[in-house]
Design a protein around this ligand. Structure first.
Ligand code: MLT
Length: 404
């Protein structure tokens, strides 16, 4: 007799973005005439930059000839990509990260979800609240989170670090000491950031307590202000306490292409065990690498043409962020984020719950966003809009919201 993994059965409801998509589909079916604008999931809408398309075409042609054909990729990823990541994302910023500390993957979501596997089952996990649901749900699947309290929307064995308007949506050091700390800056979903000095406090804390920080840097390309760190390794001592996860989805539009990487410095240990060796073992056993074609596309991200084209793409989305932020503020909403991140976090009007506002916005403006409470209890009465729509749709969505 076979039994399912009971930890999976503990997960409440469906994945947040699947629920949002289902509600949108149901509304569309009931109102086929409605022109729905989707500002919910952080999925890009602009086509891949020309430098990336060119690299893809070239790599496809290489696969057509026996001399240049590539089979399985190396375990950690191709050296050409790890070298350029090490140079451009780290050494150029004064961070000491070697190519062989970089693991290329098919995206940050998988790495964010899988990284917990190399830690003990009884590790105590701390997350920001609200939080990207993948960090919590994957720890639920691993049996690390205890029991779920439907009333509070919290897990008994998870340490929640509230990020509220009062603390500027920046977490405070937790009262109970965690083993694993998930941080994401610029933040999803609030769009908030912390300064390098604030991040240094977390690095010092983790080193003092023997904790590991899992730092999700998926949105670093959207940083526009000085003194906001692009990498946790800008902080002293981070090599001893931090893992960093990067995506090519948001900076280069790879949501449908799939590419990411995770950095595990060789100095990082749990007990006396080097976590680099454990992740390498996992990678080698469970993963056959991101495709050569896609890694060549990733390399093109770092060419001068690629960099210039992607700077324009990020600017395009950040113009949308400005449209949303300023438009909503002018309409009387309380808004934050959207300055160093492609997410705008707004307080729901008239004390509506996040899901009430979701329905209201869908019905009255035919605009889909993401309810803040889906990211955690402190997200209740908040709502997230993304800047990843087209410029025309973003302008129209804000016009419609203003008229509501
Ligand atoms: C989001 O909307 O929060 C993100 O797009 C989800 C993701 O990157 O997986």
């Amino acid at each position: 007799m076979v039994w399912p993994n009971e930890d999976y059965l503990k997960l409440p409801g469906s994945y947040l973005f699947s629920t949002v998509a289902r509600k949108q589909r149901e509304f569309s079916a009931a109102h086929p005439e409605a022109k729905i604008i989707r500002l919910s999931i952080g999925d890009v809408t602009q086509p891949l930059a020309p430098a990336i398309i060119e690299a893809l075409h070239k790599a496809v042609d290489e696969m057509a000839s026996a001399e240049t054909f590539k089979g399985y990729a190396p375990d950690l990823g191709y050296e050409f990509l790890r070298n350029v990541v090490s140079e451009k994302d780290y050494k150029a910023r004064g961070c000491d990260i070697a190519p062989d500390e970089i693991f290329i993957s098919d995206g940050a979501k998988g790495d964010c979800g899988n990284i917990q596997e190399i830690f003990a089952r009884d590790c105590k996990v701390a997350v920001c609240d609200p939080v990207y649901p993948v960090y919590v749900d994957t720890n639920v699947m691993a049996g690390r989170t205890g029991t779920y309290d439907e009333k509070t929307g919290t897990w008994s064995d998870v340490i929640y670090m509230p990020c509220t308007a009062e603390n500027g949506f920046a977490p405070e050091l937790p009262k109970t000491v965690p083993d694993l700390i998930y941080l994401c800056f610029p933040n999803n979903p609030t769009g908030a950031t912390i300064t390098k000095d604030q991040l240094q406090v977390w690095v010092d804390y983790a080193n003092k307590e023997g904790a590991v920080i899992i730092y999700d840097a998926a949105y670093e390309a959207y940083i526009s202000e000085e003194n906001v760190p692009h990498s946790i390794y800008e902080c002293e001592g981070a090599r001893e306490c931090a893992i960093e996860i990067h995506s090519f989805s948001k900076n280069a539009g790879f949501t449908g292409v799939r590419l990411g990487y995770t950095v595990i410095p060789k100095d990082l240990k749990a007990g006396n065990v080097a976590l680099h060796a454990l992740w390498a073992r996992r990678h080698g056993t469970k993963y056959n690498g991101a495709p050569y074609i896609i890694q060549k596309a990733g390399e093109a991200v770092y060419t001068p043409e690629g960099q210039a084209q992607l700077k324009e793409q990020v600017a395009y989305y950040m113009k949308n962020a400005q449209t949303i932020r300023e438009g909503l503020a002018a309409a009387g909403y309380t808004v934050s984020g959207g300055v160093n991140a492609p997410y705008i976090w707004l307080r729901t009007p008239k004390d509506m719950t996040s899901w009430e506002f979701f329905d209201h916005l869908l019905e009255k403006a035919n605009v889909v966003g993401t309810p803040g409470s889906g990211f955690g209890p402190s997200g209740e009465h908040y709502f997230r809009l993304t800047a990843f729509g087209s410029c025309e749709n973003t302008v129209e969505a804000i016009e419609r919201i203003k008229k509501m």
